[in-house]
Design a protein around this ligand. Structure first.
Ligand SMILES: C[S@@+](CC[C@H](N)C(=O)[O-])C[C@H]1O[C@@H](n2cnc3c(N)ncnc32)[C@H](O)[C@@H]1O
Length: 290
């Protein structure tokens, strides 16, 4: 509101004042979402957050942020739809494929070889922003492949976390449409899934390897003492400050020598080059130094 008054007093052009109004209105709306629901989108990239909110406003024939905030107070369903649009949950088994090849053939053998020689060694893996569970289950299938009959000799803990409870419920259920398998080898589907009507359910042997829970990369304590951390296609939605916070958290969450895997269009910024060494550029795999 203050911005509007200042702009008209300064006689600025209409288009400039509307951009300013957009930004202050957007910040007010993001504050409201945080204080009402505890979801903190304030450190996300403004362009994509604004685009998604504007789409919701257009669908509801609402022209101002003020009116949209009033509408949110009246409609629980609209709040839910807005949250769903702000949390993009696109994923699939073995998404982008190549990193999983490197994880299976290079990273997992290295993790296993470097464990102390004692029974029931723990292997700890975390997938923050796991959406509906395809990524942690892909890792579970790979580990089963690598360890084969030795699975029982390890204490395997794969953590799948997200801010969307609805996505996590689907992950726990582990039932998937055929479209989730577009990047997965048929032999994995035959070995690790069974049909349920027109869908497929992941077998208990893999399902029981993964624990799902709510965790926000903005607000909550990270999971610690990790051998491997996959955070793919989540940081792209964060602004630079929040990306830096997440990468700092990941650094402390990993064991020395632990591995970090980012998404195809995500890279480690230059200030983290002393903390991580690049293992495979194409696969976006890094190793914590030390
Ligand atoms: C595009 S999906 C990525 C899924 C999977 N990692 C992959 O690459 O296929 C992004 C996920 O990040 C989650 N997400 C968004 N903000 C988050 C936050 N602050 N903390 C944890 N997860 C978040 C969303 O709910 C969504 O499920």
């Amino acid at each position: 509101m203050l911005t509007l008054i200042k702009d008209s007093a300064d006689n600025k052009t209409a288009s400039f004042s509307s951009v300013d109004l957009d930004d202050s209105g957007l910040l007010l709306l993001l504050d409201k979402i945080f204080f009402d629901k505890g979801y903190d989108f304030r450190g996300y990239k403004k362009t994509s957050v604004r685009r998604r909110i504007k789409r919701r406003m257009q669908l509801n024939n609402i022209e101002t942020y003020e009116r949209y905030m009033e509408f949110l107070d009246l409609s629980h369903l609209e709040y839910q739809r807005l949250f769903d649009d702000l949390t993009i949950k696109v994923t699939s088994f073995f998404r982008d494929n190549h990193p999983f090849y490197v994880i299976k053939n290079r990273i997992m053998p290295d993790i296993i070889n470097n464990l102390p020689s004692q029974p029931f060694n723990e292997i700890r893996i975390w997938c923050p922003g796991c959406a509906t569970g395809e990524e942690p289950y892909s890792i579970g299938m790979l580990l089963s492949d690598v360890l084969k009959d030795n699975m029982g000799r390890f204490n395997i803990r794969i953590f799948g976390t997200d801010i969307s409870e609805a996505a996590l419920e689907n992950a726990r259920l582990g039932i998937y449409e055929p479209s989730a398998f577009k990047e997965m080898k048929e032999e994995y589907k035959n070995r690790y899934f069974f049909p349920v009507g027109s869908k497929y359910r992941i077998k208990y042997s893999v399902r029981q390897l993964v624990r799902y829970g709510i965790q926000s990369l903005v607000r909550h304590t990270p999971i610690s003492r990790l051998d491997l951390l996959l955070c793919r296609n989540v940081l792209i939605y964060f602004d630079r400050g929040l990306q830096e916070k997440a990468l700092r958290d990941f650094y402390y969450a990993l064991k020395p020598g632990g591995y970090l895997v980012l998404g195809k269009s995500e890279v480690i910024m230059s200030e983290f080059r002393d903390a991580f060494r690049e293992i495979d550029r194409e696969a976006r795999i890094y190793q914590k130094k030390g």
